[in-house]
Design a protein around this ligand. Structure first.
Ligand SMILES: [Zn+2]
Length: 114
């Protein structure tokens, strides 16, 4: 690594190293992209430029934002509650789900895994 490479910390306490790697998302080969890999927990992060490439590839394959819906954000104290559309709740049986995982992708995207 070059001595002047800025170090990006990972939430686990490790450091992210920039490398090129083959990125496959939703079964789509997005090619060799810049990725940031943690030297401790091995989590791979996609920098915003790489995210855009992935987004374009998935859009071409019809796998991106297929069901884009509006959600409402409600301020409840210092936290925020997200209200999901009824159609989505029915489709995914979200009323049966008690817990999920939230992760941030880029600056303007949140992903909820259930
Ligand atoms: Zn880490």
């Amino acid at each position: 690594m070059k001595p002047n490479t800025p170090k990006i910390p990972c939430p686990c306490g490790g450091w992210l190293e920039l490398k090129k790697d083959k990125v496959v998302q939703e079964g789509i080969d997005c090619g060799m992209l810049n990725v940031e890999v943690c030297n401790k927990c091995q989590t791979t992060y996609l920098p915003e430029k790489s995210m855009l490439v992935v987004e374009t590839k998935l859009k071409e394959a019809g796998l991106w934002g297929v069901e884009r819906k509006e959600v409402k954000f409600w301020k409840t104290g210092s936290a925020v509650t997200i209200r999901l559309p009824t159609s989505l709740v029915r489709k995914l049986n979200l009323d049966q789900v008690e817990k999920g995982y939230l992760s941030q992708e880029g600056k303007h995207k949140l992903v909820i895994e259930i």
